[in-house]
Design a protein around this ligand. Structure first.
Ligand SMILES: Nc1ncnc2c1ncn2[C@@H]1O[C@H](COP(=O)(O)OP(=O)(O)OP(=O)(O)O)[C@@H](O)[C@H]1O
Ligand code: SF4
Ligand SMILES: [Mg+2]
Length: 327
């Protein structure tokens, strides 16, 4: 079956006076229907740029440089997102694609009641007041919020509740794909765990597909089926969460997993140095200045993302010789 979203050769950058600085480079990724795909990487590695490129919401100086985005819906319809007119795109975003931007918890209008904010958009898109109310109540229930919250103002809600309202609004049209960027970053651990559980329930009940963007490997471990590890605008490793956590192939994935605080509070290992900014992406393997396994070809040739069998992909010269068919 075709993937819900096929991303091919997607590159996005920042337009400077003379040239474009690439931020996200040549991303190839299939997002499978019904999965929760974690996209993880350190701050500044291009996660939000990738998310906004997928949503076609890049704003200058951000520019889309190349690529295709194909969405295959369950009813057999197929959309080339980059070819859609603004109007068709708005319609698709509204019905099938939902985006929860980074920091959206604080984006509710302080002077309007939650219910008004949730129903207004639904009404603008043709639902009656009664239908909009019904959908809003159902969506709030999906995130364990009481319908009476519709009468509250945002300042009367805790951070966790506001984040839940945002999620409820995003899923009220039962979209096929939800792209959520740093959904739980500002929340305490207990609320974070509850919201991630609610997100899993939303996937199960709505049959939605979720791309969850986070810098937190712990979040990925808790909720995702698969994970794409991003480094300096590229995918370093891709595969099932269990496989990657048990035996990460890419030295960067190894470093990220080693950096997760253990129950004892200790970290087993860390990552030396800092992630490069797009203006300083190193030549060859972009990770090579920080890699403990760097060897001769790494500073010269960029490794491609190659299959390692069993749905696992890695972009690292250590595995060049082990390329196998992904039949
Ligand atoms: N509009 C912009 N103007 C200037 N630089 C930008 C802009 N958008 C992105 N960048 C730069 O591009 C790089 C990638 O940014 P992006 O926000 O995609 O990273 P991220 O992985 O989402 O980071 P974080 O985890 O901090 O949210 C960063 O170096 C950032 O400073
Ligand atoms: S290609 Fe080389 S530098 Fe890059 S991650 Fe692999 S071993 Fe390290
Ligand atoms: Mg971001």
């Amino acid at each position: 079956m075709a993937a819900l979203l096929e991303i091919r050769g997607l590159s996005a950058g920042l337009q400077g006076r003379r040239s474009v600085t690439e931020v996200v480079s040549n991303v190839d990724l299939d997002v499978q229907s019904g999965e929760i795909l974690g996209v993880v990487g350190e701050s500044g590695c291009g996660k939000s740029t990738l998310a906004t490129a997928i949503m076609r919401l890049l704003v200058p100086p951000q520019v889309l440089q190349s690529g295709t985005l194909t969405m295959n819906l369950k009813d057999g319809s197929r959309y080339e997102l980059l070819n859609l007119s603004p109007r068709a795109l708005r319609e698709l975003r509204w019905r099938h694609l939902s985006y929860i931007p980074q920091g959206s918890m604080n984006s509710l209008n302080p002077v309007l009641r939650v219910g008004r904010q949730m129903t207004d958009t639904l009404i603008q898109h043709g639902l009656s007041q009664a239908e909009a109310h019904e959908r809003s109540v159902a969506a709030l229930q999906l995130v364990n919020l009481e319908p009476r919250l519709l009468d509250s103002y945002p300042h009367e809600l805790s951070g966790g509740m506001r984040q839940r309202v945002i999620i409820a609004a995003a899923v009220s049209m039962r979209p096929a794909l939800i792209v959520a960027d740093e959904l739980t970053t500002a929340l305490d651990v207990v609320t974070q765990r509850q919201i991630l559980q609610e997100l899993t329930n939303i996937r199960d009940e709505l049959g939605a597909t979720i791309i969850l963007i986070t810098h937190d490997m712990g979040v990925v471990a808790q909720i995702a089926d698969r994970v794409a590890v991003m480094y300096a605008g590229k995918i370093a490793e891709l595969g099932a969460v269990n496989g990657i956590f048990e035996a990460p192939l890419h030295p960067y994935s190894q470093g990220l997993i080693g950096s997760i605080p253990r129950e004892s509070g200790q970290r087993i290992a860390g990552l030396p140095g800092e992630a490069p900014s797009p203006w300083n992406y190193p030549a060859g393997c972009r990770f090579h200045p920080r890699c403990s396994k760097v060897f001769e070809p790494c500073s010269e040739y960029e490794p491609g993302l190659r299959t390692q069998g069993s749905g696992r992909w890695a972009a690292c010269h250590l595995y060049d010789a082990e390329v196998v068919s992904d039949a």
